[in-house]
Design a protein. Structure first.
Lengths: 541, 183
């Protein structure tokens, strides 16, 4: 406690971001999130101007219709694609869609808000309720399972972007309205979060969900997803945290604010916590932006120019019919028989990290499932489930990244049915894993050298023969003894042998086997080496 | 009271006229009149008295009888609107607001047929009742969306900042005083 209060009470001491934060049960944290998600519709919300996917590269004010910059006389017309996207998200969150929802004006003045109001959904939001389930198994939270309930989802328009400059000592704001009128969904959760892990897991899960549904890039860094946090401790008034550009800012701001409030409560200085306020994140501390006295009166009113949305029941059933399988269901499927993937591998096939330009997780998952299916037809053994996993997710992907070959191109010479044939050779021990690695890399490298133009399917038997990669079934025993003796002479000393034979350092045997595999270029099986080394050194364990 | 609204297509060159017809076509129930041929026809149309402000304001209601909004209320509205308090004609604004409020109050008291069965979300300047949209309609509406260069929807088809008194490197310029330290 002393440490916590001192940490905040001395204003000059900066909060150390990686400091472990102790969340104590007597100071119960209660958090809710407000997430704005930019929809990647082709066009903007109330005009048909381009909703650019590359906002950082665009010429300012180049995607602006008369309506977007609020020229007098212009009127809004709803982009129905935003409604379709909102419907997809609502269904994925199990929210109750309001078949009648309406748009309302939220008035405030700001340079990047040319209309003087934002069109949002205040009185009748698009959907209410719903939840995201977090679990210990899939999301790594402390509880076995926890539902974070959704208060509501609303469609609204984004503002333009302000760039603050200090030109010729005269401070001006440069305004780019390319983002003005881009469709957003605002999602508000109930204050169900009680620790940081849950917040982190929720953001990751929600981010993946919007990417999975192809309704948003979900990137925090570009502002396509923006998160505000509502936080309170022990039922004191809630504090809203804004300006949180990435996950680490969100987490660090919550930690800082928790410690700040615990510090105040423990010293009995709770007067400032009796009324709600809005605070911003500077990167190292939270600072007060406004309190209740300066709360803006938004003067909400129904937008008189926009008809309300009136959806027939078949819209809900129709969109349900085109919904993809949801990430949690995919994860569970992949982690169960027959696939039995680890959590990490299942996530690679399910979560879109937006970080790899050689493949996307959906194409990779499809490739994996098809190859698995083809391979199962060839070997008909459940015990071989790990082969497709290891060889596609680890070896194949590793090679694609190393050689910079997109999966879409590599698939042309190694379609699932061909990759399954390759796996069959491994399964039958026609080639050893080491030789297989060499062969796979060689095939892909040759393909790359042809500038991905030579689309001939690899002839595995011919290549194995050409490079003498086939595993040696009948190893010449004298040759093997000679090879093992050479390795022992070159790589061991008395102490090494003593520790190995006594069983004190059993792992040394693996080192010797590794040397043998290297010398034989993987063509002699590890078990042959193990047997021979044990015999020569008289290892009894 | 909205039934009398009649909106017309105006063939002027700046593209805004297209919005009127375009938007109205989508709303379905608002009448689109005959096309105007020249500016005189437009002037004649606009000068035609359909109703009088006095009808609603009441000619017998002199300015001296209007209930003026309090000074603090006016100042608060100015702050909300981002307008300067310094040098503001508070008395003039009080009077204008009082007239507007009187007008709105009278509008509220005008009998409207079918008011009892009316839903508040039907209260729109555009059509009162919005037809239900089926799944098929929704997909069609999405597929039919097209950009219109005449209203600036095609990227780069016009320079938005050319309309501004001040711009810099393609950005609109807002003086900081408008955004911060407002009184």
């Amino acid at each position: 406690m002393l440490r916590l209060s001192r940490c905040y009470s001395l204003a000059s001491i900066k909060f150390v971001q990686n400091q472990s934060t102790v969340f104590r049960p007597e100071y119960a944290l209660k958090c809710g999130l407000e997430i704005h998600t930019q929809l990647k519709t082709r066009n903007k919300l109330f005009s048909q101007s381009t909703n650019s996917a590359t906002p950082l590269l665009d010429t300012p004010n180049s995607h602006t219709s008369f309506y977007d910059i609020a020229l007098p006389g212009t009127q809004p017309e709803l982009n129905w694609e935003a409604v379709l996207f909102a419907m997809k998200l609502s269904l994925a969150l199990d929210s109750q869609v309001n078949t009648i929802s309406q748009f309302d004006r939220k008035h405030y003045f700001y340079g990047d808000q040319p209309q003087g109001y934002q069109v949002t959904q205040h009185y009748r939001p698009f959907a209410r309720g719903g939840k995201i389930n977090l679990s210990k198994e899939l999301d790594g939270i402390d509880e076995l399972s926890k539902d974070i309930s959704i208060l509501q989802l609303q469609i609204e328009q984004d503002t333009g972007k302000s760039h603050y400059t200090n030109a010729d000592k005269d401070v001006v704001t440069l305004v780019d309205l390319n983002r003005s009128n881009v469709p957003l969904i605002e999602l508000v959760t109930n204050p169900d979060f009680s620790d940081i892990k849950q917040v982190r897991a929720f953001i990751k899960k929600y981010q993946n969900l919007v990417r999975h549904l192809h309704i948003s890039s979900g990137d925090l860094e570009t502002g396509a997803m923006r998160v505000d946090v509502n936080l309170s401790i022990n039922e004191f008034a809630r504090v809203e945290l804004k300006n949180l550009p990435n996950t680490s800012s969100i987490i660090n701001a919550i930690k800082y604010e928790y410690q700040r409030q615990v510090g105040l409560i423990s010293k009995g200085e709770t007067s400032s916590l009796m009324e709600s306020e809005t605070r911003g994140w500077t990167g190292s501390s939270t600072v007060k932006l406004r309190s209740k006295e300066t709360t803006i009166d938004y003067r909400y009113m129904p937008d008189p120019e926009l008809p309300y949305i009136n959806l027939a029941a078949d819209v809900i059933s129709g969109v349900k019919g085109i919904m993809p399988q949801l990430p949690d269901d995919i994860m569970k499927m992949l982690m169960q028989k027959p696939f039995e993937l680890s959590l990490k591998d299942a996530k690679i096939l399910t979560y879109n990290s937006n970080q790899n330009d050689m493949y996307d997780h959906e194409a990779l998952r499809s490739y994996y499932l098809k190859t698995f299916h083809e391979f199962s037809k060839l070997v008909d053994e459940h015990s071989s489930a790990k082969l497709p996993t290891n060889w596609i997710i680890h070896e194949f992907l590793g090679d694609l990244n190393k050689l910079r070959i997109p999966l879409s191109k590599a698939q042309k010479i190694l379609p699932p049915v061909v990759f399954a044939e390759f796996l069959k050779l491994l399964h039958a021990e026609t080639i050893s894993p080491t030789s297989s690695k060499l062969l796979l890399f060689h095939i892909l490298e040759t393909f790359k050298q042809s500038k991905c133009q030579d689309l001939s399917i690899p002839d595995f038997p011919r290549l194995i023969k050409e490079f003498e990669l086939h595993a040696i079934d009948n190893v010449d025993s004298q040759e093997l003894i000679g090879l093992c003796n050479d390795i022992i002479v070159e790589h061991t000393d008395d102490a090494f042998v003593r520790n190995l034979v006594s069983g004190k350092k059993k792992t040394s045997l693996k080192f010797l086997i590794g040397q043998g595999m290297r010398r034989s270029q993987g063509r002699i099986k590890p078990s042959e080496f193990e047997k021979q080394f044990k015999e020569i050194l008289n290892i009894q364990w | 009271m909205f039934n009398g609204i009649r909106l017309c297509r105006i063939p002027v060159a700046n593209g805004l006229s297209r919005i009127c017809s375009h938007r109205l076509a989508s709303t379905g129930r608002v009448e689109i009149g005959k096309k105007f041929e020249n500016m005189d026809q437009i002037r004649d149309y606009l000068s035609e008295h359909v109703w009088s402000v006095h009808e609603y304001l009441g000619t017998n209601l002199g300015e001296e009888n209007l209930e003026l909004p309090p000074v603090d209320f006016v100042k608060r509205l100015l702050r909300l609107s981002g307008l300067p308090l310094e040098g503001a004609d508070i008395e003039g604004i009080q009077m204008r607001l009082a007239k507007q409020l009187s007008f709105i109050n009278r509008m509220h008291n005008i009998p409207v047929a079918g008011k009892e069965s009316m839903k508040e979300y039907d209260a729109r300047l555009v059509q009162r009742e919005t037809a239900q949209l089926s799944y098929e309609n929704l997909l069609e509406a999405i597929a039919c969306q097209e950009q219109d260069a005449e209203i600036g929807e095609v990227s780069g088809s016009w320079k938005a900042t050319e309309l501004a008194a001040e711009s810099k490197n393609g950005y609109f310029v807002v003086k900081e005083g408008l955004l911060k330290n407002r009184k």
